[in-house]
Design a binder for this molecule. Structure first.
Ligand code: GLA
Length: 418
């Protein structure tokens, strides 16, 4: 398995050759390519509502969350170290912002119904931790659940929404991931509208991450109830492909390509302030090759997905850090137009994904999702290029304008030139 790097193509008006097809003629690959086109320009703000939620997360949220690597093994020391590592590793400079504690920070409620953090694991309290994270000029996120208990069996938010929202605001929470376990007969839309109303009433701008796994199609109502992102599937697994049932009849956790299949048709629902969430990143957690991690990251970038790292930031290999901090790939993800990339062709394991960028360029992924080498061919018009346009190609991992652009002009008869 090899990778075809990510490529960016920019319009070059002076070129006369007419590209009809792009063909990767030298590398057969595993995984990805990005391309861009220039002309069109359009801008109007896509945020119509004048609400708190509509002004948050105008580009996909970037940060780190404890769950994928640490599950319930969370503590204030570990979270502080991770915040420090976010700064030292260059992740903060690359745009990562939110440090989010997932499940298991909470143990009970007191006699007044206030949520209580685990005193052993968080002896200084949540406010002190939030203050520390803010002192690094980062933002602080926390986790709860719309039902009576969280997925790990800790106290959920049901019936305490306004009380909890006030507590979160007092602690300095900037981001709330709200899960969907133990919700019995609750209506998802109403439940998430309720917590958003509670957060707004508490008076602090808090990003709302709807974690309902796509069961009630949150892309249809997530924006209206003030969600800033919504999970579209069950949990990601640290693997390239394959679904795994939680228990018989209870589907599923998913590999990377299974998740992108679920995302492929949802592009129209994403935009500034409201994003499809294909779950947090597994980059660096050990279950995939570096090529697969690079592909995973590139796909999340072109999907305009939240980039929430889920690995141990304190001891990343340079190869992993380089993937997570690749500023050119991140810029594709953070493009202010906020369009989610689309899969424009699929032939067996070979796929082409395209994301329109605000300045008119296009990011393109040539993806080989299979285990054997493949040539990936893309038709020029599929990526939105008018027939007369030529383009320069930039590989976003080697970060060079590459000779392969030459190979990507056609002879006018639909044949790619070498
Ligand atoms: C669910 C969510 C995960 C994680 C766990 C915590 O499975 O989908 O992302 O938050 O709960 O228990």
């Amino acid at each position: 398995m090899t990778i075809l790097g990510d490529l960016a193509i920019q319009r070059q008006a002076l070129l006369r050759l007419i590209p009809r097809e792009l063909s990767e003629n030298t590398m057969s690959t595993k995984r990805v390519v990005l391309v861009m086109l220039a002309p069109l320009v359009f801008t109007a703000s896509l945020v119509a509502q004048d609400t708190v939620s509509a002004k948050l997360a105008l580009t996909p949220p970037m940060g780190w969350n404890s769950w994928n690597k640490f599950a319930c093994n969370v503590s204030e020391d570990m979270i502080r170290e991770m915040a420090d590592a976010m700064v030292k590793s260059g992740m903060k400079d690359a745009g990562y912002q939110y440090v989010v504690i997932d499940d298991c920070w909470q143990v009970s409620r007191d006699e007044n119904g206030n949520i209580v953090a685990d005193p052993q694991r968080f002896p200084s309290g949540i406010k002190a931790l939030a203050d520390y994270i803010h002192s690094l000029d980062l933002k602080f996120g926390i986790y709860s659940d719309a039902g009576s208990k969280t997925c790990a069996g800790r106290p959920g938010g049901l019936g305490h929404e306004y009380q909890d929202a006030l507590q979160y605001a007092a602690w300095g929470v900037d981001y709330l991931k709200y899960d969907w376990c133990n919700t019995t007969t609750q209506d998802a839309e109403a439940s998430y509208a309720n917590i958003r109303a509670a957060l707004d009433a508490a008076g602090r701008p808090i990003v709302l991450s709807i974690c309902e796994w796509g069961k009630a199609q949150p892309w249809l109502w997530g924006k209206e109830v003030g969600g800033n992102l919504w999970r579209t599937t069950g949990d990601i697994q640290d693997r390239w492909s394959g679904k795994k049932e939680w228990k018989p009849g209870d589907c599923c956790s998913y590999g990377v390509v299974d998740i992108i299949d679920a995302e492929a048709e949802l592009y129209s629902y994403a935009g500034p302030g409201h994003w499809n969430d294909p779950d947090m990143l597994e980059v660096g957690n050990g279950g995939m090759t570096d090529v697969e991690y690079r592909s995973h990251f590139s796909l999340w970038a072109i999907l305009a997905a939240p980039l929430i790292a889920g690995n141990d930031l304190r001891n990343m290999r340079p190869e992993i850090r380089d993937i997570l901090t690749n500023k050119e790939v991140i810029a594709i993800n953070q493009d202010p137009l906020g369009m989610q990339g689309r899969r424009v062709s699929k032939s067996g394991d070979r796929e082409v994904w395209v994301k329109q960028l605000k300045d008119g360029r296009r990011a393109v992924i040539l993806l080989n999702r299979g285990p054997s080498e493949q040539n990936v061919v893309v038709n020029w018009e599929e990526i939105g290029n008018p027939d007369h346009l030529s383009a320069a190609v930039r590989d976003l991992y080697s970060q060079v304008w590459c000779d392969r652009a030459v190979a990507w002009r056609s002879d006018g008869n639909g044949n790619a030139l070498k």
